[in-house]
Structure formats: C-alpha cells, structure tokens
Design a protein around this ligand. Structure first.
Ligand code: NDP
Length: 240
C-alpha cells in the first residue's frame, strides 16, 4: 500500500469532530486538502497549523451555490478534485410527537440536501474525467432506527441509498459509505430535549474517538483505482 495519498480531497464539516480528525489523518499522508464549514475561524486555524497542503473556504452545504463555489475554489487552488468527503451533519434528536419541525427540516437540509449538493458540485467533473471518489459519512443509523431518532435515521438511510445509487450508475466513480457507531464529538450538542441530551451522555460512555473514523476513511482512499470499498461500519468494541 502507498504511504502517500497523491490526491486532492475536499471535506465538508471539517471544523470539528470526524471531519477535523480526517483532515489531520490525510494531511499526515501527504494529501492536498480543501476544507469547508461555516465556522471559518476553526478552518483557518487548522490550515495554519497543518501547512500549505491544507486550504480552507467557507461552505454551507445546504446551499447548492455555496457548494459549487467551494469546489470551484478547490480546483483553482490545487488544479484538480479527486475525492469529495460529504461529512457535514447535524443530529438534533427528538420524538416525533414533540413536533420539532424546524429541527426535522434542518436535519433533512444538512444531512440529505447537503450530500446531494456536494454530489452535484463534483459529478460533472468526475464523469468528464472518468474518475473520482465520493465518500459519504452515514451512520449505523442508516441500518436501524433508534429511539427518538426517526428523522435523523431517515436522513442517514437516505445517504446510504443515494451512495448506493451513485455506485450503480457509474463504473468509473468510486463510492464509499462510512457508518460510524457512537463517536465523541460535538454532534448532538444542539439537542433541545433534556431527556435525550442526557441519554446521549450515557451513550457516549462507550464511544470511539474521531481518529478511528478518520483511519477508516484513509483506508478507503488508499486503495488502488480498481478497488472500491463500498461501506465501512466502525463501532466501539464495547458497544456489543
Ligand atoms: P460535529 O458536530 O463535531 O461535526 C459536524 C460538522 O458538520 C461540523 O464541522 C459543522 O461545521 C458541519 N456542519 C453542520 N452544518 C453545516 C452546514 N450547513 N454546512 C457546512 N457544514 C456544516 O459532529 P461529527 O464529527 O460527529 O459529525 C460528522 C458526521 O458524522 C455527521 O454526518 C454525523 O451525522 C456523522 N456521524 C457521527 C456520529 C457520532 O456519534 N458522532 C455517529 C455516526 C455518524 P460548522 O458548524 O462549522 O458549519
């Protein structure tokens, strides 16, 4: 296996958690990284820390024009786009009966439209070059429905289906679904239901650190062009 990843990799949601850990992991392997999120101060600090192979740009994944501008800027900075990691996500969990419709909309906008906007921004380029790799961060919530998580799980089932559809439609484009179990990050810090916020603290007692997911992403990227790692599920061993 090559130690150096000679690719330009775009990562959404790179300002914290799994995205930030993936930037660190891939920067250590020589990849050129173009990183996006809304909290640009964090991106700027990360890029300054990691050096010239890491560049940043503001990105709101819910806005198709913002995603298109992000990909254009990446191409202008590094000359090409090889990999898109759709990692940005939100998880304001609540039971359906709470009718938190604004939170449902936000989850669908970020977790589903965000992924579609990313695919739309890179797909014409990948088709033209007959090459490219889309990595979508789904979840174990793409495989079963958890309590008070109907809408979040629905968004992750959608990410799974979209990724599988992309795989079926293109022989030249690699697709990878990354499905983490519980990871200790900022995800869910915006949960407004006190009982669920407290339950999340309990779930996190058996959690991974984000670098575990970053290594799984690196593994998918390191494979030769003809090898397509279609899904990786990573759980804490203690989760059972
Ligand atoms: P974090 O909250 O630490 O990171 C989420 C990232 O998404 C942030 O960088 C945030 O950046 C970004 N983001 C949110 N909304 C937008 C937006 N509109 N536009 C651009 N970026 C946005 O959580 P994680 O690292 O845990 O989450 C990363 C992914 O992993 C998510 O898709 C999540 O669903 C998935 N996941 C996480 C698990 C966990 O247990 N932590 C388990 C399974 C899957 P900013 O606010 O600066 O825009």
């Amino acid at each position: 296996m090559n130690d150096v990843i000679d690719k330009t990799v775009l990562i959404s949601g790179a300002s914290s958690g799994i995205g930030e850990a993936t930037v660190r992991e891939l920067a250590g392997r020589g990849a050129r990284l173009f990183i996006g999120a809304r909290r640009t101060g964090r991106l700027e600090a990360l890029a300054a820390e990691l050096g010239a192979n890491v560049a940043w740009h503001v990105l709101d994944v819910t806005d198709a024009a913002s995603f298109a501008a992000f990909v254009d800027a990446a191409e202008a900075r590094f000359g090409r786009v090889d990999v898109l990691i759709n990692n940005a996500g939100v998880m304001p969990l609540s039971p359906l009966a709470a009718l938190k419709q604004d939170e449902w909309t936000r989850m669908i906008d970020v977790n589903v439209h965000g992924v579609l906007n990313g695919i739309a921004a890179v797909l014409p380029r990948f088709i033209a070059r007959k090459a490219g790799h889309v990595v979508n961060v789904a979840s174990i919530a793409a495989h079963f429905v958890m309590p008070s998580a109907a809408v979040y799980c629905a968004t992750k089932y959608a990410v799974w289906a979209i990724t599988e559809g992309l795989r079926q439609e293109h022989d030249d484009i690699r697709t990878t679904i990354i499905s983490p179990g519980v990871v200790a990050t900022e995800l869910g810090n915006d949960i407004t239901d006190p009982a669920i916020a407290s339950a999340l603290t309990t779930w996190r007692q058996k959690s991974l650190t984000p670098d575990a997911i970053a290594r799984a992403i690196r593994y998918a990227l390191e494979q030769p062009d003809g090898v397509d790692i279609n899904e990786v599920i990573v759980r804490p061993t203690a989760a059972g």
